[in-house]
Design a binder for this molecule. Structure first.
Ligand code: PAF
Length: 294
């Protein structure tokens, strides 16, 4: 049995694709007892109706997927973990960086793993979850207790039929995604436009080079492989062009009046800069502008 904490788009995508009857959502405090029911629209098939029960007291999951927003993760796990065995692997799906390290530091004796995924899922209306784009999911350990479980966790997730791969250096994957999110998401939220449109906007053109210079310094300071600012900009713009018509997750959060993940994207880079004595005025400006939208 796989337990899922966080019934947003990503949690519902995994719940709908993993074998039926082997998945349960972890109840949050004060949760209504009814099962979670929704329609699921696969990429190239008819929509199906999905019913996912809540994890019952005494049920012991083989794996806990955590698909909460980065900012809610620690609090949600503090409420959920007392009833989950110490040996159950915790697989974190959060965007950005910072929340994963908080979890690994708070529960050092539990197996903590992280996933980086390019699967696309959204909820265009309350009872509907759409698998919007096929991608890949990489799974790797964040602490020594997690290492021996990477293969098993990858196999459990691969039962969904989605492409899941074990990853030795999951931090590298999380950094790759962080760079893309740092260069796209805040701009789309501030400019209130789809990903592709930022490229033509003076605000983006004014700040993208200094932003990439900051990120390039931070990568070196964090001991990650170095990338020139030009290479970072190319990577960001290739994704913005490939996903030109998409609404980024951050713009979607702002439009839906949800808290964004800015503190774990440009906000994380700003804090990292402080730690290493690297000035990050562009990350700070983007963080503040998105915080004001919230
Ligand atoms: O956060 C997102 O929305 C996505 O990671 C990305 C790559 C910006 C595409 O929309």
């Amino acid at each position: 049995m796989i337990a899922i904490l966080g019934a947003g788009s990503m949690g519902r995508l995994w719940a709908a694709t993993l074998p039926a009857g082997q998945v349960a959502f972890v109840p949050r405090p004060g949760q209504a007892p009814d099962s979670v029911c929704y329609r699921f629209q696969p990429i190239d098939d008819k929509s199906v109706s999905v019913t996912v029960p809540w994890l019952q007291p005494g049920q012991s999951p083989d794996l806990l997927l955590v698909t909460t927003k980065a900012g809610n993760t620690l609090e949600a796990l503090k409420a959920a973990l007392p009833s989950i065995a110490n040996s159950t692997p915790i697989l974190l799906f959060q965007n950005g960086l910072g929340s994963q390290q908080q979890v690994a530091q708070t529960w050092p004796s539990r197996p903590v793993l992280a996933a980086s995924t390019t699967e696309g899922a959204n909820r265009p209306e309350p009872g509907l979850t759409v698998h919007a784009g096929r991608g890949d999911t990489w799974v790797g350990a964040l602490n020594p207790v997690g290492h021996p479980l990477v293969k098993r966790v990858t196999q459990l997730l691969a039962d969904s039929g989605l492409a899941v791969h074990p990853e030795q250096d999951i931090l590298a994957k999380l950094w790759q995604k962080l760079v893309i999110n740092a260069g796209i998401n805040a701009f789309t939220a501030v400019l209130d436009c789809p990903n592709g449109e930022i490229l033509e906007q003076p605000f983006y053109q004014r700040w993208i080079n200094p932003l990439c210079r900051e990120i390039s310094h931070l990568l070196a300071a964090a001991g990650r492989p170095e990338h020139t600012p030009e290479a970072l900009r190319e990577t960001i713009e290739a994704v913005a062009r490939r996903t030109a018509a998409n609404t980024s997750s951050m713009r979607a959060d702002v439009l839906a009046r949800r808290t964004t993940e800015i503190d774990f994207i440009n906000g994380y880079l700003m804090r990292l800069g402080r730690q290493h004595g690297i000035p990050t005025p562009v990350n700070q400006m983007l963080t503040e502008q998105v915080q004001q939208l919230n």
